[in-house]
Design a protein around this ligand. Structure first.
Ligand SMILES: Cc1cc2nc3c(=O)[nH]c(=O)nc-3n(C[C@H](O)[C@H](O)[C@H](O)COP(=O)(O)OP(=O)(O)OC[C@H]3O[C@@H](n4cnc5c(N)ncnc54)[C@H](O)[C@@H]3O)c2cc1C
Length: 370
């Protein structure tokens, strides 16, 4: 008899599970709290690594479409000193397909394809019992499944069925703004950012700008601060946030600060993480993947891991649909080992990127680029 499988969350991890199960002809229910795919801006751009995110898309049969949509030129990386001097300028080779970029919205649409998602379905909790798992949805509805995959991100509601652990603040906050149509409206900043990313590292501060498709550029101001650093600010008051940021980055080169001066709205993202060794005692019928299992600093790997975990779990379930419990158990062991390694790398990376010694950030890039 076929297992009834539910995936909570239609992010990269959840959609990868669903799309690979669908490819193998296995029905799956995807429960997503957003009211539709366009309910909120999809976010910036993601680089998909050959051995991680791209491998997942291959398992979903989507690699050819990814190659058409992705931007290999987005792998370009430039580092500036706070006075605007260019310190490093890496350009990808034309055939470099190691980490091409794709807009999050394009990736979501690619994965969605023929999937039917239950939009506007906010899971409030899941309760495993001896006959399966009951999923409780906002509004009072309940439904029983044999397996529930919690792919519901950093503040997962599924996680509490397995683990009491919640994310903690890293001490680093990001404030994000964006510039649209940069090459027409702000050509000087378009040249400054280049084809990929541009970063500036100062003492306990960093400013990173990253180009998506269509001249859309996201700017991340990162700094060490208490989690309530903005307690006296109205986050919706863009001018107040802007002037606080300009004071924080005072003395940096004018063109770099123009990236903050010309952004229109600002989003506050304190960076939280789960412990690097986060695991749980296996519970029949429920598992986690992606940020719900191993939230780590945003250093270019979280979506990649979520995609690959989703694809691997689905492939394993499709290969052995009769008793998924052993399969899920083996999946968890493998996920913990791989994610634990990346969690250590990214948490150490964040310490170097936003640190009292800006040279440590540049040295990190020299290591990665070489
Ligand atoms: C600024 C920034 C830049 C990043 N850049 C990169 C990068 O370049 N490369 C990379 O690999 N990673 C990057 N990451 C990390 C990456 O975004 C995450 O690791 C990735 O999105 C995790 O995928 P996920 O599917 O586990 O969770 P999510 O993407 O968080 O998706 C979770 C989904 O679950 C839904 N959901 C949540 N709660 C519920 C609920 N109760 N009921 C139903 N649905 C629910 C949410 O609406 C969402 O759709 C970045 C992160 C940030 C913040």
């Amino acid at each position: 008899m076929r297992q009834r499988i539910a995936v909570v969350g239609a992010g990269p991890g959840g959609l990868a599970v669903a799309r690979v199960l669908h490819r193998h002809g296995h029905p799956v229910a995807v429960l997503e709290r957003d009211s539709g795919p366009a309910a909120r801006p999809p976010g910036g751009t993601l680089d998909l690594h050959k051995g991680l995110g791209q491998l997942a898309l291959a398992k979903a049969g989507l690699l050819p479409q990814f190659r058409v949509l992705s931007r290999p030129e987005g792998q370009a990386m430039r580092i500036l000193d706070v006075d605007g001097t260019v310190l490093r300028d890496w350009q990808p080779r034309p055939d470099d397909d190691a980490n091409p970029e794709i807009d999050r919205g394009q990736l979501r649409d690619l994965l969605l394809g023929p999937l039917e998602v239950r939009w506007g379905c906010r899971v409030t909790r899941v309760a495993p019992d001896d006959r399966g798992v009951v999923v409780h949805v906002a509004g009072g509805r309940q439904e029983r499944f044999d397996l529930v995959v919690g792919a519901d991100g950093a503040w997962s509601r599924v996680r509490s069925a397995l683990s009491p652990v919640t994310p903690h603040y890293t001490g680093v906050t990001t404030v994000e703004t964006a510039l649209d149509d940069i090459d027409t409206r702000h050509p000087d900043l378009g040249r400054l950012v280049g084809d990929g990313a541009m970063a500036v590292y100062g003492v306990n501060r960093a400013l990173v700008a990253q180009r998506g498709s269509g001249g859309h550029v996201r700017v991340h101001a990162q700094f060490r601060a208490p989690v309530d650093w903005h307690a006296d600010l109205d986050p919706a008051d863009a001018e107040a946030v802007r002037s606080r940021l300009l004071a924080l980055f005072d003395g940096w080169a004018a063109p770099v600060l123009d990236l903050l001066r010309r952004g229109d709205t600002f989003t506050h993202r304190p960076l939280h993480v789960l412990p690097v060794d986060h695991t749980w005692t296996h519970v029949r019928g429920v598992t986690l993947l992606g940020d719900a299992a191993h939230l780590m600093p945003p250093l270019g790997v979280g979506a990649n891991l979520a995609l690959l975990e989703g694809a691997e779990l689905a492939e394993a379930l499709a290969a052995d649909p009769a008793d998924p419990d052993e399969t899920v158990w083996a999946f968890e062991e493998r996920m913990w080992a791989r994610a634990g390694k990346w969690a250590k790398i990214t948490q150490a990376g964040l310490e170097r990127l936003v640190s009292s010694d800006p040279a440590a950030a540049i040295a990190l890039f020299d290591e990665v680029q070489s």
